[in-house]
Design a protein around this ligand. Structure first.
Ligand SMILES: [Zn+2]
Length: 216
């Protein structure tokens, strides 16, 4: 598991990327470049209570992407290798685009057509991208009807592992269900999660339901 504690990592180094591999877009058969990140650390990052991490040294590895050539949305790990016809030498020409909030909303609107193993990820992305305006200036913006619905659906998708338990507590907190949030924070947690648990408990005790910073 990535160590997200504020003192993790040591020095700020340039990000190291590996050699690109090329996959084939199922729609247009053009290449899609996948460039692996070889190193990264959370130094200088901000961890938010919804699990979103802003960290210049640790860019997010996207599960889904849009083909640069035709805009088709694909699960990057499931694409077949590109086998021609032309050789590819410039990965930047074939870089996939990350999905935007509207893309994730569209996918969630059609979630019955999507394999269940993606449901949690899609709803998490909707939640976290929808919170971006709150990270910048609009911290008090109330939850919209569709955000509330998404959070209620998320509660049914979380498992019992530690990250899911923390996110479940946070969803209850953002919904203003403070007793349920408190209950979700009871029990043993791995020592690395200690700071996060303490901060969430403090926010729950204060009956605060807004998105919050865990640490900077
Ligand atoms: Zn394509």
């Amino acid at each position: 598991m990535t160590d997200l504690s504020p003192n993790a990592g040591s020095t700020r180094e340039p990000l190291a990327y590996g050699e690109p591999t090329y996959k084939c877009c199922e729609n247009c058969q053009q290449p899609v470049a996948i460039v692996p990140l070889l190193s990264g650390n959370p130094m200088g990052g901000t961890l938010w209570s919804d699990g979103h991490m802003d960290a210049p040294q640790l860019p997010e590895q996207e599960l889904l992407g849009k083909c640069a050539h035709c805009g088709e949305i694909a699960c990057l790990a499931e694409l077949q290798d590109y086998a021609g016809p032309a050789a590819v030498d410039n990965a930047a020409d074939h870089a996939f685009e990350p999905l935007a909030l509207d893309d994730y909303r569209m996918l969630v609107d059609h979630i019955d057509l999507i394999d269940a193993s993606y449901h949690l990820y899609l709803r998490l992305k909707c939640w976290q991208l929808g919170n971006h305006p709150r990270r910048q200036a609009d911290a008090e913006r109330p939850l919209s009807e569709s955000e509330t619905e998404n959070l209620q659906q998320l509660l049914m998708l979380f498992g019992d592992d530690e990250p899911d338990r923390l996110l479940k507590a946070e969803v209850f907190r953002q919904l203003g269900e403070f007793e349920r949030a408190e209950n979700a924070l009871v029990g043993p947690f791995h020592s690395q999660a200690g700071d996060i648990v303490a901060r969430l408990r403090e926010l729950v005790r204060q009956r605060q339901s807004q998105l919050a910073v865990i640490f900077r």
